[in-house]
Design a protein around this ligand. Sequence first.
Ligand SMILES: [Zn+2]
Length: 462
Amino acid sequence: MKSSRFCWLVCVAVVATSAAQTQRPVTAILTGGAVVTVDTAKHIYNPGAVAIDGTTIVAVGSAADIAAKFTASQQINTAGSIVLPGLVNTHGHAPMVLYRGLADDLRLQEWLEKYIFPAEAKTVSREMVRAGTRLAALEMIQSGTTTFADMYYFEEEVAAATKAAGLRGVLGQTVIQFPVPDAKTPADALVRAEAFIKAFKDDPLVTPAVAPHAMYTLDGPTLKAARELSKRYNVPTLIHLAETHDEIQAAQERFKASPVAYLESLGFLGPGVLGAHGVWVSDADIAVLKARGVGVSHNPESNMKLASGTAPVPAYLRADVAVGLGTDGAASNNDLDMFEAMRFAALLHKHASADPRALSAHSALEMATIRGARAMGMQKRIGSLETGKRADVITVSINGARQTPMYDAISHLVYVIRGDDVQNTIVNGQVLMRDRKVLTLDEKAVIAEGRSWIEKVRAAVK
Ligand SMILES: [Zn+2]
């Protein structure tokens, strides 16, 4: 009896030691919550875990499985949470958070000409772009966005603030025909864009891009030159595309073509192009976008607020176009909450088509994650929780009254969860927010700095 007990103890010790020896040490393990992977097989592990080593996801699986195989000094307990890929915002203008709520409920031309353009002419500067991007970055980290696309001025300042915050960005230097605060001519803007690309070409977080504003604000030669520049450096091209009915009319009058057909005639369309909005497109246009491998960013809230129209998202999905979700700038949204964008997308297309099956919760979640990553050509690196991908991971709390009960994690992510429910935000393996405390930005200072712009912006539109 005595000896067999001794043997039992020794055997357990031997087994435990050999298990410890085979456990691979990694930097962090998130464990205990429902892990929604958004992989092609739609795996959900509950309770699940994600193992992160350095910048990379090394395993995703059941909590027991990961505990048996890995050990980490940093354990993040995600019980009572959903763990999902960081959200991908495919269109916006980060510094425009400083114009949040400046003017609402106006027709697009009046809104632009009376408010946005005068405010930009008088207030856009390096300092404004820095302050605005910091504020936008704080809001994105707090609401679970880990990658965002941006089109603005002084994009090197957007890039510096993005890196300091620890976010991932596809950042496009704007090229536009008329004089703007960072370029007197489109030729100047192209020079800026090239310098910007060279400065950030191999950055782990920032993907530099060229952002020709739109087909109606640029002449043909400049559109071609902007596209050539992107191709030369193999970086993305971001453009506003078929956003409003006015744009369709302008294209018809000037070129007897749709905006998509016109850009196709210039040889502009191809992989690496991301068109924002894509509201006014025909079936033929959709076929061209698919054939050319163009990504589309759907911005339901901006389109609804400016009454731009309803993008044919179900048709894009049927054609398997890489269509992601975006918030657009905060001046036309008025926030950067991608959970809200998911919910609006799902509701808008049911309403517009009188068919509640038009856009499922899972499709909306894919658009905010893996399909958005595809739209930006980043699907091999981000957009789902899978071994080998960059560790861009968020967790959302499901402990409150609003989230109780939960039958289906996907349903909750789209129809219940808000940006404020995000607890942890991790990008490239770095924890940017832990239990709602942002670690890379001084929250109070960033908000105070944002407020300090109110008088300057008000004075600009008086
Ligand atoms: Zn926009």
